[in-house]
Design a binder for this molecule. Sequence first.
Ligand SMILES: *Cc1c(COP(=O)(O)O)cnc(C)c1O
Length: 467
Amino acid sequence: MQMDLSPQLRNEIWEWLIPQLEQHYANPKNVAVAPPLHQSEIRDFVRLPTETENLSPKEALNHVLTGLNNYLVHTSHPAYFGLFNPRASFAGILADVLTALYNPQMAAWSHAPFAAEVEQFMIEQIGQKMGYAVNSIDGNFTSGGQEANLTAVLCALTHHFPKIGYTGIRQLDKQPVLYCSEESHHSVMRAAMVTGIGLDFVRKISTTETSEISLSALEEQINADIANGLHPCLLVACMGATGTGAIDPIEELADIAQKYQLWLHADGAYGGALALSETHKKYIKGIERADSITFDAHKWLSVPMGAGMFITKHTSILSATFRIFADYMPKETMAEEIIDPFAHSIQWSRRFIGLKVYLSWLFYGWKGWEELIDEQMRKGDFLKEKLMEKGWVLKNHSPLPIACFMPAEKVEDTYPHETVQKVIRDGKAWISVYSVQKKPTIRACVTNYLTEETDIQDLVNTLETVR
Ligand SMILES: *Cc1c(COP(=O)(O)O)cnc(C)c1O
């Protein structure tokens, strides 16, 4: 079996494939934003090739490209106004190609020192942008916000119960409790499920009319839990909630965390990017008081999927949480400051995730990222203005480029869902439904750096037509 194929055939494939990829990348509007989702048709397509057919590499690639073109929501399309799934930047794509080809094994520092040092450098840099002191930053790259939030829960548990890794959760004399707002991402709930804390001990605190965590309800709940003999452990702050973009008052939450000795985790998977903009970082001022932060480079920084970050100012907590003795792991270096990534994170064999961020930084720089964020903030304001001009009413109150809106006139509860379906079926844009204060609304978010004012104007026109 010649897995590598011949050099000649490889060259032929590269030369044939690259122009096709460029064609797709350069013309994001040539495809419908969303395909019809006919499961049986897609299943049949996937099962179409049979082993006996023996496709040539080009035929195989053609099959796969057809599947990718026809059966995906194209988040790379400028009229994708959906969740935080931006188009993948060119630097990010190149980095993923290089990562696949060199395939560094990042479990042990000594196997991939360049990769390990690149990741540590980017963690330090982003940590400083968040406001952490230079010499007090640790962290790791994660598959995404889910793994970063799970890491936060594990660190908080270890911080409160240093022996938990050995004794297990059943030996604790008090039940740990986790606090977050109703707007928190469900990955926080999942983290409680898989760590053994249990969903019943996640307190989803009610929110104010601007969808921020209610401070009085929070303190009341903490006091009630203490009175009931429970152990308040972790407080999660939304730094840009996924639905409404709500940003919790982090300074006040930091005071409460201090008062009750809670680990404060700032979930800035999306909104954390504001730290890179001189103009807009004010919205998350105080994030540096958090014990740890989640930040997803695959959201606002537009690198391909699978690039989260967990950053903390507690430099020994990750080792305390994850170190395990494995004598088969290579240890060619004994230097003090060497940290083997496997002893420091949930993952073991690790993909070189940080390269997408490092190469983007080399290509675009802090200035490029800042422009990206400032431009999207401006376009978000443009979207909100245009909607209001047409008499739509905004239901969320976030500075982030997210609009949750409804018509001024009274409509059925099914209205948002029906409207969104009509817009999506049209294939020209993708928007979604999100419930604000338990009432469904239409949600549109500027998340693609190619989205122009004309795309926004088109969306508003389409909404008017449907209306
Ligand atoms: C997207 C998101 C997550 C989950 O991140 P993944 O990268 O999808 O794992 C967590 N928190 C917030 C606020 C998010 O927006």
